[in-house]
Write a protein that binds this ligand. Structure first.
Ligand code: G3H
Ligand code: ZN
Length: 285
Protein backbone atom coordinates (compact mmCIF):
# COMPACT_ATOMS: atom_id res chain seq x y z
CA UNK A 1 0.00 0.00 0.00
CA UNK A 2 0.89 3.66 -0.32
CA UNK A 3 2.47 5.08 2.82
CA UNK A 4 4.54 8.15 3.70
CA UNK A 5 8.27 8.61 3.46
CA UNK A 6 8.32 10.07 6.95
CA UNK A 7 6.84 6.89 8.35
CA UNK A 8 9.34 4.67 6.53
CA UNK A 9 12.37 6.71 7.56
CA UNK A 10 11.30 7.15 11.14
CA UNK A 11 10.77 3.40 11.34
CA UNK A 12 14.11 2.65 9.71
CA UNK A 13 15.99 5.08 11.95
CA UNK A 14 14.38 3.63 15.08
CA UNK A 15 15.40 0.13 13.97
CA UNK A 16 18.96 1.28 13.14
CA UNK A 17 18.47 0.29 9.55
CA UNK A 18 17.89 2.21 6.33
CA UNK A 19 15.13 2.42 3.77
CA UNK A 20 16.18 2.19 0.14
CA UNK A 21 14.96 4.99 -2.13
CA UNK A 22 15.19 4.29 -5.85
CA UNK A 23 15.01 6.90 -8.59
CA UNK A 24 12.46 6.06 -11.27
CA UNK A 25 12.47 7.41 -14.81
CA UNK A 26 10.03 5.12 -16.62
CA UNK A 27 7.00 3.03 -15.76
CA UNK A 28 9.24 -0.03 -15.89
CA UNK A 29 11.47 1.46 -13.19
CA UNK A 30 8.45 1.85 -10.89
CA UNK A 31 7.24 -1.69 -11.59
CA UNK A 32 10.71 -3.13 -11.01
CA UNK A 33 11.30 -1.27 -7.74
CA UNK A 34 7.99 -2.45 -6.32
CA UNK A 35 8.52 -6.03 -7.55
CA UNK A 36 12.06 -6.10 -6.12
CA UNK A 37 10.90 -4.80 -2.74
CA UNK A 38 8.03 -7.29 -2.68
CA UNK A 39 10.41 -10.16 -3.42
CA UNK A 40 12.32 -9.42 -0.21
CA UNK A 41 9.24 -8.21 1.71
CA UNK A 42 10.68 -4.77 2.46
CA UNK A 43 9.28 -1.24 2.33
CA UNK A 44 10.70 1.07 -0.32
CA UNK A 45 10.64 4.67 -1.54
CA UNK A 46 9.93 5.52 -5.19
CA UNK A 47 11.56 8.83 -5.97
CA UNK A 48 11.20 11.10 -8.97
CA UNK A 49 13.91 13.69 -9.56
CA UNK A 50 13.45 17.10 -11.10
CA UNK A 51 15.56 15.82 -14.01
CA UNK A 52 13.16 12.91 -14.57
CA UNK A 53 10.24 15.36 -14.59
CA UNK A 54 12.08 17.43 -17.22
CA UNK A 55 12.50 14.26 -19.31
CA UNK A 56 8.71 13.85 -19.25
CA UNK A 57 8.16 17.30 -20.76
CA UNK A 58 8.12 18.98 -17.36
CA UNK A 59 4.90 17.18 -16.44
CA UNK A 60 4.97 15.54 -13.04
CA UNK A 61 1.66 13.74 -13.29
CA UNK A 62 2.21 10.78 -15.67
CA UNK A 63 5.06 9.31 -13.65
CA UNK A 64 3.48 10.28 -10.32
CA UNK A 65 0.23 8.54 -11.24
CA UNK A 66 2.08 5.43 -12.42
CA UNK A 67 4.08 5.38 -9.20
CA UNK A 68 0.95 5.90 -7.10
CA UNK A 69 -0.82 3.02 -8.84
CA UNK A 70 2.21 0.76 -8.39
CA UNK A 71 2.41 1.73 -4.71
CA UNK A 72 -1.30 1.20 -4.03
CA UNK A 73 -1.32 -2.33 -5.33
CA UNK A 74 2.01 -3.28 -3.70
CA UNK A 75 2.08 -5.89 -0.94
CA UNK A 76 4.77 -3.87 0.87
CA UNK A 77 4.63 -0.23 2.09
CA UNK A 78 5.72 2.15 -0.68
CA UNK A 79 6.19 5.94 -0.39
CA UNK A 80 6.56 8.62 -3.08
CA UNK A 81 9.33 11.20 -2.82
CA UNK A 82 10.18 14.13 -5.10
CA UNK A 83 13.96 14.29 -5.39
CA UNK A 84 16.53 17.07 -5.91
CA UNK A 85 14.06 19.89 -6.44
CA UNK A 86 15.51 23.24 -7.35
CA UNK A 87 12.33 24.69 -8.85
CA UNK A 88 9.84 26.29 -6.45
CA UNK A 89 7.12 25.75 -9.05
CA UNK A 90 7.77 22.01 -9.00
CA UNK A 91 7.84 22.03 -5.19
CA UNK A 92 4.35 23.53 -5.16
CA UNK A 93 3.02 20.75 -7.38
CA UNK A 94 4.26 17.96 -5.08
CA UNK A 95 1.32 17.59 -2.66
CA UNK A 96 -1.39 17.40 -5.34
CA UNK A 97 0.66 14.90 -7.33
CA UNK A 98 0.64 12.50 -4.37
CA UNK A 99 4.14 12.93 -2.94
CA UNK A 100 4.49 12.65 0.82
CA UNK A 101 7.99 14.08 0.84
CA UNK A 102 10.44 16.23 -1.08
CA UNK A 103 14.17 16.76 -1.19
CA UNK A 104 14.75 20.47 -1.63
CA UNK A 105 18.22 20.97 -3.04
CA UNK A 106 19.72 24.41 -2.59
CA UNK A 107 23.13 22.94 -1.79
CA UNK A 108 24.70 24.71 -4.77
CA UNK A 109 24.10 28.04 -3.01
CA UNK A 110 26.34 29.64 -0.38
CA UNK A 111 25.37 28.67 3.18
CA UNK A 112 23.17 31.67 4.02
CA UNK A 113 21.23 31.41 0.77
CA UNK A 114 20.86 27.64 1.07
CA UNK A 115 19.49 28.14 4.59
CA UNK A 116 17.06 30.90 3.59
CA UNK A 117 15.72 29.01 0.56
CA UNK A 118 15.44 25.76 2.53
CA UNK A 119 13.70 27.49 5.46
CA UNK A 120 11.07 28.91 3.09
CA UNK A 121 10.57 25.48 1.49
CA UNK A 122 10.26 23.87 4.93
CA UNK A 123 7.57 26.33 6.00
CA UNK A 124 5.57 25.76 2.82
CA UNK A 125 5.91 21.98 2.86
CA UNK A 126 5.21 21.55 6.59
CA UNK A 127 2.05 23.61 6.29
CA UNK A 128 0.84 20.87 3.93
CA UNK A 129 1.90 17.98 6.11
CA UNK A 130 4.79 16.80 3.95
CA UNK A 131 8.21 15.71 5.06
CA UNK A 132 11.32 17.47 3.76
CA UNK A 133 14.96 16.59 3.23
CA UNK A 134 17.69 19.10 2.33
CA UNK A 135 21.39 18.93 1.54
CA UNK A 136 24.38 20.64 3.04
CA UNK A 137 27.86 20.19 1.57
CA UNK A 138 27.54 19.20 -2.05
CA UNK A 139 27.38 15.58 -3.15
CA UNK A 140 29.03 16.00 -6.57
CA UNK A 141 28.17 14.58 -9.95
CA UNK A 142 24.74 16.17 -10.40
CA UNK A 143 23.25 17.15 -13.74
CA UNK A 144 25.96 15.46 -15.74
CA UNK A 145 28.70 17.51 -14.09
CA UNK A 146 31.89 15.65 -13.17
CA UNK A 147 31.95 14.34 -9.58
CA UNK A 148 33.55 16.80 -7.17
CA UNK A 149 36.82 15.60 -5.75
CA UNK A 150 35.43 13.42 -2.98
CA UNK A 151 38.33 14.37 -0.75
CA UNK A 152 38.02 18.13 -1.16
CA UNK A 153 36.89 19.73 2.13
CA UNK A 154 34.21 21.73 0.27
CA UNK A 155 32.62 18.46 -0.81
CA UNK A 156 32.03 17.42 2.82
CA UNK A 157 29.37 18.34 5.34
CA UNK A 158 30.74 20.11 8.39
CA UNK A 159 29.09 18.79 11.60
CA UNK A 160 28.88 22.15 13.39
CA UNK A 161 27.45 23.85 10.33
CA UNK A 162 25.04 20.93 9.86
CA UNK A 163 23.76 21.21 13.43
CA UNK A 164 23.03 24.92 12.96
CA UNK A 165 21.49 24.29 9.52
CA UNK A 166 19.09 21.64 10.82
CA UNK A 167 18.09 23.75 13.84
CA UNK A 168 17.60 26.94 11.81
CA UNK A 169 15.88 25.38 8.78
CA UNK A 170 13.63 22.85 10.53
CA UNK A 171 14.30 20.09 7.96
CA UNK A 172 13.19 16.54 8.76
CA UNK A 173 16.29 14.86 7.31
CA UNK A 174 19.65 15.86 5.94
CA UNK A 175 21.59 14.61 2.92
CA UNK A 176 25.24 14.61 3.88
CA UNK A 177 28.38 14.73 1.76
CA UNK A 178 30.73 12.08 3.15
CA UNK A 179 32.55 10.87 0.05
CA UNK A 180 29.91 9.55 -2.33
CA UNK A 181 29.21 11.16 -5.70
CA UNK A 182 26.26 10.95 -8.06
CA UNK A 183 26.17 8.94 -11.28
CA UNK A 184 29.20 6.74 -10.63
CA UNK A 185 29.25 3.67 -12.87
CA UNK A 186 31.94 1.94 -10.80
CA UNK A 187 31.47 1.03 -7.16
CA UNK A 188 34.69 2.60 -5.96
CA UNK A 189 33.62 5.35 -3.55
CA UNK A 190 35.13 5.36 -0.09
CA UNK A 191 33.10 6.96 2.66
CA UNK A 192 34.45 9.03 5.52
CA UNK A 193 33.07 6.98 8.40
CA UNK A 194 34.71 9.18 11.02
CA UNK A 195 32.84 12.16 9.64
CA UNK A 196 29.60 10.17 9.47
CA UNK A 197 29.98 9.30 13.14
CA UNK A 198 30.49 12.95 14.03
CA UNK A 199 27.48 13.94 11.94
CA UNK A 200 25.17 11.35 13.45
CA UNK A 201 26.36 12.39 16.92
CA UNK A 202 25.74 16.06 16.17
CA UNK A 203 22.33 15.74 14.51
CA UNK A 204 19.00 14.46 15.72
CA UNK A 205 17.43 14.03 12.27
CA UNK A 206 17.83 10.99 10.00
CA UNK A 207 20.77 11.20 7.59
CA UNK A 208 20.53 10.44 3.89
CA UNK A 209 23.20 9.02 1.59
CA UNK A 210 23.11 10.19 -2.02
CA UNK A 211 25.05 8.78 -4.93
CA UNK A 212 24.86 5.32 -3.42
CA UNK A 213 25.32 3.45 -6.71
CA UNK A 214 29.05 4.11 -6.51
CA UNK A 215 29.35 2.80 -2.95
CA UNK A 216 30.48 -0.85 -2.49
CA UNK A 217 28.35 -3.27 -0.43
CA UNK A 218 30.59 -3.20 2.66
CA UNK A 219 30.69 0.57 2.64
CA UNK A 220 26.90 0.71 2.34
CA UNK A 221 26.51 -1.63 5.31
CA UNK A 222 28.95 0.45 7.34
CA UNK A 223 27.05 3.62 6.42
CA UNK A 224 23.81 2.12 7.73
CA UNK A 225 25.55 1.10 10.92
CA UNK A 226 26.97 4.63 11.13
CA UNK A 227 23.55 6.26 11.07
CA UNK A 228 22.38 6.58 7.45
CA UNK A 229 18.60 5.98 7.44
CA UNK A 230 17.77 6.57 3.74
CA UNK A 231 19.91 5.33 0.87
CA UNK A 232 19.32 6.95 -2.53
CA UNK A 233 20.04 4.75 -5.52
CA UNK A 234 19.58 5.70 -9.16
CA UNK A 235 22.41 4.81 -11.49
CA UNK A 236 22.61 1.17 -10.38
CA UNK A 237 19.15 0.58 -11.83
CA UNK A 238 20.07 2.26 -15.09
CA UNK A 239 23.19 0.13 -15.38
CA UNK A 240 21.04 -2.99 -14.92
CA UNK A 241 18.35 -1.78 -17.33
CA UNK A 242 20.67 -0.67 -20.10
CA UNK A 243 22.97 -3.67 -19.80
CA UNK A 244 20.10 -6.12 -20.09
CA UNK A 245 18.61 -4.31 -23.07
CA UNK A 246 21.99 -4.11 -24.77
CA UNK A 247 22.54 -7.85 -24.26
CA UNK A 248 19.05 -8.66 -25.48
CA UNK A 249 19.34 -6.60 -28.65
CA UNK A 250 22.82 -7.91 -29.38
CA UNK A 251 21.52 -11.48 -29.16
CA UNK A 252 18.30 -10.63 -31.03
CA UNK A 253 19.09 -7.87 -33.54
CA UNK A 254 15.79 -8.59 -35.30
CA UNK A 255 13.67 -7.73 -32.23
CA UNK A 256 11.18 -4.88 -32.67
CA UNK A 257 8.58 -5.39 -29.94
CA UNK A 258 9.69 -3.15 -27.05
CA UNK A 259 7.99 -5.48 -24.59
CA UNK A 260 10.65 -8.11 -25.25
CA UNK A 261 13.67 -6.01 -24.35
CA UNK A 262 11.89 -3.85 -21.75
CA UNK A 263 10.90 -7.04 -19.96
CA UNK A 264 14.55 -8.09 -19.87
CA UNK A 265 15.52 -4.65 -18.57
CA UNK A 266 12.77 -4.62 -15.98
CA UNK A 267 13.76 -8.06 -14.67
CA UNK A 268 17.38 -6.92 -14.33
CA UNK A 269 16.25 -3.86 -12.34
CA UNK A 270 14.02 -6.02 -10.12
CA UNK A 271 17.01 -8.21 -9.27
CA UNK A 272 19.21 -5.19 -8.56
CA UNK A 273 16.58 -3.73 -6.22
CA UNK A 274 16.20 -6.98 -4.28
CA UNK A 275 19.95 -7.39 -3.98
CA UNK A 276 20.59 -3.84 -2.77
CA UNK A 277 17.78 -3.93 -0.21
CA UNK A 278 19.33 -7.17 1.03
CA UNK A 279 22.68 -5.42 1.47
CA UNK A 280 21.09 -2.65 3.56
CA UNK A 281 19.20 -5.18 5.68
CA UNK A 282 22.41 -6.78 6.90
CA UNK A 283 24.34 -3.89 8.42
CA UNK A 284 27.90 -4.49 9.60
CA UNK A 285 28.45 -4.85 13.32
O1 G3H B 1 19.10 11.34 -5.33
C1 G3H B 1 19.45 10.36 -6.01
C2 G3H B 1 20.64 9.62 -5.71
O2 G3H B 1 21.53 10.34 -4.99
C3 G3H B 1 21.12 8.68 -6.76
O3 G3H B 1 22.52 8.66 -7.01
O4 G3H B 1 22.40 7.67 -9.28
O5 G3H B 1 24.55 7.92 -8.10
O6 G3H B 1 22.88 6.24 -7.31
P1 G3H B 1 23.12 7.55 -7.97
ZN1 ZN C 1 21.01 12.53 -5.00
Amino acid sequence: PLTTTGELITGAAAAHTAVAAFNIITLEHAEAVVAGAESVDAPVVLQVSENAVKFHDGDLLPLARAATAAAERATVPVALHLDHIQSDDLLRRAPDAGFSSVMYDASRLPYAENLAATRAAVDWVHARGLWIEAELGQVGGKNGLPPLDAHAPGARTDPDEARAFVADSGVDALAVAIGSAHAMTTRTATLDHTLLKRLSGALDVPLVLHGSSGVPDDELRAAVTGGIAKVNIGTALNIALTGAIRDFLTARPDAVDPRTYLAAGRTAMTEAVARLIGVLATPST
